[in-house]
Structure formats: C-alpha cells, structure tokens
Design a protein around this ligand. Structure first.
Ligand code: PRP
Ligand code: URA
Length: 208
C-alpha cells in the first residue's frame, strides 16, 4: 500500500482552521473545498497522459493531455460530498459514483444504504473521497464494493486519518493508494479521531 501524507503550508494552515471548533459551518465547508483542491492536485499525480501536438499562436509544439477515458470520483456519503466540488473543478468531465454508508453508532460497522456507480470502472482511475478515515471500516467497505463492481486502479483520498484506519486498510486492501492531509494520534473510545475535527458530516451539513 502506498501512503502519501501531504506536507504543504497551505494545507497546514487550512487544516488548523478546519479543526477549530469555533469555525462555523459555512466557513468549514469553504475550507474543506479549498483543502480539497490540494488533495485533488496531489492525488492525481499519476493520472495517465498522452502526447499531443498543439498550435500556439506562434508555432507548433508537443504537449501532454489526460488520456480520454475520464476518471471516476466516488464521494462516500455524506461527508465525502464536501470534497467533490474541488475534484470536479479540476476534472470537470470526471464521472461521479455515489456510495451511501453510515457508521452504526455502537458497533462502528458501516451500514450501506445507497450505491450508484458509472460504467467502465475497470478501465478508469477511481478516487474514493471521504475526509475522515477513522477505524477504516467505511473506506474498506467502499473499496470492497468498488472492487466487486470491477474497479482495479483505486486511490482513497482523505483529509484526516487515524493510524488504526491506515492499519486496517493495509490489511484489507494492500493494493490501495492512499493520499491524506494528516495522520492524527489515535481514536477515542467512540471511534472519533483525536485530535481530529469532530464529526465531518455534521459540521458540513449543520446536523450537530
Ligand atoms: C464518517 C466519515 C466516514 C466514516 C469514517 O461518516 O465521513 O465515512 O465516518 O469512520 P470509519 O473509518 O470508522 O468507518 P459517518 O458514518 O459519520 O456518516 P455521515 O458522513 O453521513 O455523517
Ligand atoms: N467520522 C467523523 O466524521 N469524524 C471522526 O472523527 C470519525 C469518524
């Protein structure tokens, strides 16, 4: 498994504001989108390109374009929706799949409730978007469902990860690429990331 932890001053700055309990929901959403642009840039480094010839106003030159088969973005509902606009801003023609999962409050086991994936998963780079990787149960289930639907080239993109979640994914999906904004200290007894940012879905959508 490849794990890339992004070390970038702009991301550190935004993360410090995102973590702050005093940051209101509207600003939280905006900051998550801004952080999402950095996550999107870093997680797409390996996208395949092809050579093209372009006529500039002055002369012909060789250049690179993305290969025509668009990537797939799969936000894990609900909190993954907070990262989707940034990825779509940079890859406006990407296809979008949706996966609804919520963690059972007591068992922390993910409960699937919605699923809609685009075709040709097997041929496209797939980016699973979820700001929070805690126990890793939700991400592991998301990747399991996508593999079962044919996906082979998958990256998980998260803003925060707990060491427990990374360990779980290493065991369940050693072939996965993971891109994260930070690896925090640990989980608390309720499965929340410490120091973390609280409940991402609740802060995004005002359901606290
Ligand atoms: C959160 C988060 C992840 C999951 C992470 O979702 O967005 O999907 O928890 O926890 P895990 O790694 O222990 O599985 P939640 O289940 O709270 O649903 P929500 O986004 O609808 O609030
Ligand atoms: N989900 C969240 O939104 N926050 C956590 O800390 C853990 C899971």
């Amino acid at each position: 498994m490849t794990i890339h932890v992004i070390d970038h001053p702009l991301l550190h700055h935004k993360l410090s504001l995102i973590r702050d309990r005093k940051t209101p929901g509207s600003l939280f959403r905006m900051l998550l989108e801004e952080a999402g642009l950095i996550l999107a840039t870093e997680s797409t480094r390996a996208l395949p390109t092809e050579s093209v010839v372009v006529e500039t106003p002055l002369e012909r030159t060789g250049s690179l374009r993305l290969k025509p088969l668009d990537p797939v973005l799969v936000p894990v509902l609900r909190a993954g929706l907070g990262l989707l606009p940034s990825f779509l801003q940079l890859m406006p023609t990407a296809k979008v799949g949706h996966l609804g999962l919520y963690r059972d409050h007591d068992s922390l086991v993910p409960v699937p409730y919605y699923r809609n994936f685009p075709p040709l998963l097997e041929a496209r780079p797939v980016f699973v978007l979820d700001p929070m990787l805690a126990t890793g149960g939700s991400a592991s289930e998301a990747v399991r469902q996508l593999k079962a639907a044919g996906a082979v080239n998958m990256s998980l993109v998260a803003l925060l990860a707990a060491p427990e979640g990374l360990e779980r994914l290493q065991k369940d999906h050693p072939d996965l690429t993971i891109v994260v904004g930070a690896v925090d200290r640990q989980l608390n007894e309720k499965g929340y990331i410490l120091p973390g940012l609280g409940d991402a879905g609740d802060r995004l959508f005002g359901t606290v």
